[in-house]
Design a protein around this ligand. Structure first.
Ligand code: PHE
Length: 495
């Protein structure tokens, strides 16, 4: 390797001459100047503590280097020489405007001062037969030797910004106590083979460098969705919400649909929209009395409702599915709330994954995350829902909401929430909301006075807007680029 070649060069030179007074004098085998930085690496590894093959000291020197303009002149000549060259030989010379069109204006003063050119009426003519472009020659000398014998030339050219001084290090080297011509290969780690053969006893081991910087750990990066989730959680906590336990992806159709007064023949319950489990395919554990009341409200009605009037089947409710919305969790939480002796108002939220049997495209995945909020209290109104949405979205920096009537089997009224997006230049849907129906709440055993307002939104949409991602497959799934996750900044919503 290059470093070994440098080490051999140093060692053989030391063997030959006893010492090296300045590594500037060393030449690479190909005759080129040595890269002193690479040489330093070689010297460092030859002078490790306790096994010093060599000792070295650095010598600070200076070298003159050309600027870009200096290099240009060394290659193509000075401005004044270019002016001279632009003037044709003879009495006629060239008219001043034409000369200026051909050669740089800056060289003219100097060419006159050097008495290379002179005026003849309105024309400029050559005043001498030939010139010596000393600036170019001086620059070429500096470029090839790193200096110039005349310090005045150096300072003059520096003033003209054609060259400059730089620090340059080289080294003096002497033999160390462990000097030898051959570099012993040192083992880095003890191996099973060394232990088995006993070879480890004779092996020379490389010293550990405890000052070396560690490798940056590759793990431990939060996904952008988790960063935005954390911001949303903080908003909910700030507003006094409790987090619902969402740690079960598998749910029965009963809690996902039936408890929510979603009829059994509703298209969402089709295998084209919902993932059904094969094994186990069903669940049979339901609160018995409640199940009866759910069956009743679907088939014959009650609580002031006529119901749907169809033949409700337990088999349909027993089917296990991957939950299609986190409202499945909200329904179990509200049922639990209804079982308490005394009603107390609650504010619940959840942010977790849901599943839909959808064709995957740039904006749809078969799984995504929902943010869901639920508030239960006596006497809540639609005005509370609208006012609350203004506060909640306002805390995320989403202002000027508009509400559009919508339909959900479990809410009445239902409203889609829109916000004007200045970047996209249009109104975008930011969430879905509504007041849970009495047909859902009263069979649970909740006081008819209790009103529940609820809303849901996806976590993906605000995350994609926040992080400027326009294809959902770049955010979630097997096509995600891991560096996107490693390099994403933390999330701060513009509140
Ligand atoms: N569950 C609804 C959805 O999946 C969202 C929603 C939640 C709507 C609560 C109204 C009330 O889109």
């Amino acid at each position: 390797s290059a470093i070994e070649e440098l080490q051999t060069l140093v060692l053989t030179t030391l063997e030959e001459k006893g010492s090296i007074s300045n590594t500037k004098e060393l030449c690479a085998p190909n005759g080129e100047d040595l890269d002193q930085l690479a040489l330093l690496g070689a010297l460092k590894s030859l002078s490790l503590e306790g096994e010093e093959m060599v000792h070295y000291d650095s010598i600070e020197g200076e070298v003159w280097v050309l600027t870009d303009e200096g290099n240009e002149i060394a290659d193509n000549g000075s401005h004044e020489a270019k002016v001279f060259e632009a003037i044709p030989i003879g009495e006629k010379g060239i008219e001043i405007p034409e000369l200026q069109a051909q050669a740089a204006k800056i060289g003219q003063g100097k060419a006159f001062k050097n008495k290379w050119i002179t005026k003849n009426g309105n024309n400029v003519i050559r005043a001498v037969d030939s010139i010596v472009d000393q600036t170019r020659i001086d620059l070429q000398i500096i470029r090839s030797t790193g200096t110039h014998s005349d310090p005045k030339v150096l300072s003059e050219l520096k003033k003209r910004k054609l060259c400059d001084k730089q620090k340059k290090f080289s080294y003096s080297v002497t033999k160390g106590p462990c000097f030898s011509l051959t570099i012993e290969k040192q083992a880095r780690d003890i191996t099973v083979e060394m232990l088995q053969s006993g070879e480890w006893k004779n092996e020379k081991f490389k010293k550990y460098n405890f000052d070396a910087l560690g490798i940056l750990p590759l793990g431990g990066h939060l996904h952008p969705l988790m960063k935005v989730r954390e911001e949303f959680r903080q908003i909910f906590f700030e507003m006094g919400f409790e987090e619902m336990p969402t740690n079960r992806f598998v749910e029965s159709s009963f809690w996902n649909f039936d408890a929510l007064f979603q009829p059994q023949q509703h298209p969402a319950r089709d295998a084209h929209d919902t993932f059904f489990l094969k094994d186990p395919a069903t669940s049979t554990q339901f609160p018995e009395e409640y199940l009866k009341r759910v069956k009743e409200v679907h088939s014959v009605g009650g609580y002031g409702s006529t119901g749907y009037g169809y033949d409700w089947k337990i088999e349909e409710a027993q089917k296990l599915i991957l939950r299609t919305h986190t409202t499945a969790v909200s329904s179990t939480m509200l049922y639990d709330l209804a079982q308490q002796k005394e009603f107390k108002p609650v504010k619940y939220f959840s942010i977790d994954r849901v599943f839909r049997n959808e064709t995957v495209d740039a904006t749809h995945l078969a799984e995504f995350h929902q943010v869901e909020g639920v508030i239960a209290d006596k006497g809540l109104t639609l005005g509370d829902l609208i006012g609350f949405m203004d506060t909640f979205f306002g805390k995320m920096g989403v202002k000027n909401l508009r509400f559009k009537p919508a339909y959900n089997p479990y809410t009445e009224p239902s409203m889609e929430i829109f916000s004007y997006h200045p970047g996209l230049g249009k109104w975008v849907e930011v969430g879905n909301s509504g007041m849970f129906r009495p047909e859902m709440l009263e069979p649970m055993g909740l006081d008819p006075e209790v009103r529940v307002i609820a809303w849901g939104l996806s976590l993906e949409r605000p995350t994609m807007i926040k992080y400027g991602i326009d294809n959902i497959r770049e955010l979630l799934g097997h096509k995600v680029n891991l560096s996107m996750i490693q390099n994403n900044p933390i999330c701060r919503l513009d509140k």
